[in-house]
Design a protein around this ligand. Structure first.
Ligand code: HAM
Length: 507
């Protein structure tokens, strides 16, 4: 977790404001939700990847966590307070999120997001808007040379259900796509791990054949006889069948179901192989789309997801400046489980870059899963503030921080302090950022301080000026000095700041 100091904290704030301003142009209005949420909110649909990295704790018997992301919180707030509003509803948000990760460059345990969620709009037109608002917001703050990768979970999910893999298995496999894509995991190890979680026989050799034989025997004698047999066996083994959460019958039924289940390893292996094939075909739309259509035909899969990507990208192109590189990758899975359709990520693509700056996608089941009265389609994105700042820095496009102080007001003697306060207040009322010299160090030392601190202008208030109702305005860069009536000070300072290239507070 980071302490942000001046001027970095101000730069981040500026970035956040500029991104939110841009979202405002598209009708996204700000919501603010607490950083603390019930842990369950993120366990329901966000997935293990996030769940294992949450800061959770128990407080007065309630399981709470620091939010690991904004979407589930925003949708919780929608379900609680906004279900009667006309749809679609465009919501923007910003603020910290917390993930217990191994810290490295661009990966922190507390980071800041700016995001937008478009609630109540289905289909490629809404996907295209969200794609563009994300890219356009990054363009607005000066990002160039970025890559947009677009995927769609529809294809992978179709194939998995065609293979007879249930919802839990689908979630498990999709959850492995990211480590596979990052080459952090060996595909065969993933196959073994997922198959095991889905009930594949654990041991090898003798035990495996014993398991096989058991499944065969159970199938042969039928469920009722198998139930009696298993109960008797367990009683002989004098295992404690009572006192637990489940009744003995339940235990036996679960055991039998597990033993009779066919080994899912071949299906899992086929699924992972297919997903690897999808990744192999990723590329710019003009190259990837044709090949992917052909692959879907081979597997007799519905091409709708691919058509949705095509349509969203076609509309996206009408919005404005396009990313340097667009890529279609149907193996793009993202770390969160709630996605149901088009998903995307934006990367800093400049030399030495590579950071993922933004992620988003469609999640049509989340409103319902979080207690919504009816299913409401939704999609959105979120931009990581620290990573965006790093990328802009590398591209030399980081906006200059505002000069923290524009004018130093210096009382020449202690007796000049009243008049100095009056001059400072006059300037502040005109919106000028003013530091009043409180240390009574005298004009020379005060001017040295101003030069060191990068304060462009100084106002000197002494006995002579007080008598004449004037002040002295001095430019630190040119050493030019002039006396002027105190009531003309704000206009003169603003003119001098504008002349020195200060526009809207930029240094
Ligand atoms: P996410 O990709 O997990 O998506 O996070 C969004 C962005 O937050 C990332 O693209 C990255 O820039 C930044 N980020 C994530 N983790 C860290 C970290 N440990 N340190 C620094 N920056 C980080 C979501 O959170 C979804 N809620 C996006 C979304 C909105 N999907 C639909 N609507």
């Amino acid at each position: 977790m980071n302490d942000f100091l001046p001027p970095e904290a101000a730069v981040l704030r500026r970035l956040e404001e500029a991104l939110l301003d841009f979202l405002g142009l598209y009708g996204y209005s700000l919501v603010a939700t607490p950083v603390l949420e019930p842990t369950d909110l993120f366990l329901r649909k966000s997935g293990e990847e996030i769940a294992t990295r949450m800061y959770t704790f128990t407080h007065w018997n309630r399981r709470l966590c620091l939010r690991p992301e904004g979407t589930a919180s925003v949708i919780r707030a929608y379900v609680q307070h906004l279900q009667d509003r006309p749809l679609p509803l465009r919501l923007a948000y910003c603020g910290p999120a917390f993930r217990y990760e191994k810290p490295q460059r661009g990966r922190y345990r507390q980071f800041h997001e700016v995001g937008g969620e478009l609630v109540g709009a289905a289909g490629p037109a809404a996907d295209a808007e969200v794609l563009y608002v994300a890219c356009g917001a990054l363009e607005r703050v000066g990002l160039r040379g970025y890559r947009l990768t677009v995927g769609h979970l529809g294809v992978a999910l179709q194939l998995l259900s065609q293979l007879g893999i249930d919802e839990r298995g689908q979630a498990l496999i999709v959850g492995q796509l990211e480590p596979l894509a990052r080459k952090q995991a060996d595909p065969e190890a993933v196959v073994q791990r997922v198959a095991l979680l889905l009930g594949a026989p654990e041991a090898s050799g003798e035990e495996e054949s014993a398991n096989g034989a058991l499944a065969e025997l159970l199938a042969r004698i039928g469920p009722e006889a198998a139930g009696r047999l298993a109960t008797e066996l367990l009683q002989h083994a004098s295992l404690p069948l009572d006192g637990g959460v489940r009744s003995p019958t339940e235990i036996v039924q679960r055991l039998l179901a597990k033993a009779a289940r066919p080994d899912p390893t071949p299906q899992v292996r086929a699924a992972i192989a297919f997903l690897e094939q999808l990744r192999g075909l990723a590329g710019p739309p003009e190259r990837a789309l044709g090949r992917l259509h052909a692959l879907l035909r081979t597997y007799q899969l519905d091409p709708t997801p691919l058509q949705e990507i095509e349509e969203a990208l076609r509309l996206f192109a009408h919005y404005g400046p396009q990313p340097g590189q667009v890529e279609v990758d149907l193996s793009l899975a993202r770390g969160l489980r709630y996605y149901t359709g088009l998903v995307f990520e934006i990367y800093d693509d400049s030399p030495g870059g590579g950071l993922q700056l933004c992620g988003g996608g469609r999640y049509d089941d989340l409103v319902r899963a979080l207690g919504g009265r009816r299913p409401v389609p939704a999609c959105g994105f979120s931009i990581g503030l620290e990573r965006t700042k790093l990328a802009l820095e590398r591209q030399g496009a980081l906006p200059a921080p505002p000069a923290p102080v524009q004018v130093l007001v210096v009382p020449v003697e202690a007796t000049d302090h009243n008049a100095a306060i009056a001059a400072a207040q006059r300037l502040r009322a005109a919106g000028v950022r003013v530091e009043l010299d409180l240390r009574g160090r005298g004009p020379r030392a005060a001017l040295r301080h101003a030069a060191r601190a990068g304060i462009p202008l100084a106002v000197l208030v002494g006995e002579r000026e007080r008598q004449a109702g004037t002040v002295v305005l001095r430019c630190l860069a040119t050493h030019a000095e002039r006396a002027l009536p105190a009531d003309q000070l704000p206009a003169a300072v603003q003119a001098a700041l504008a002349g020195a290239g200060e526009e809207d507070g930029h240094g």
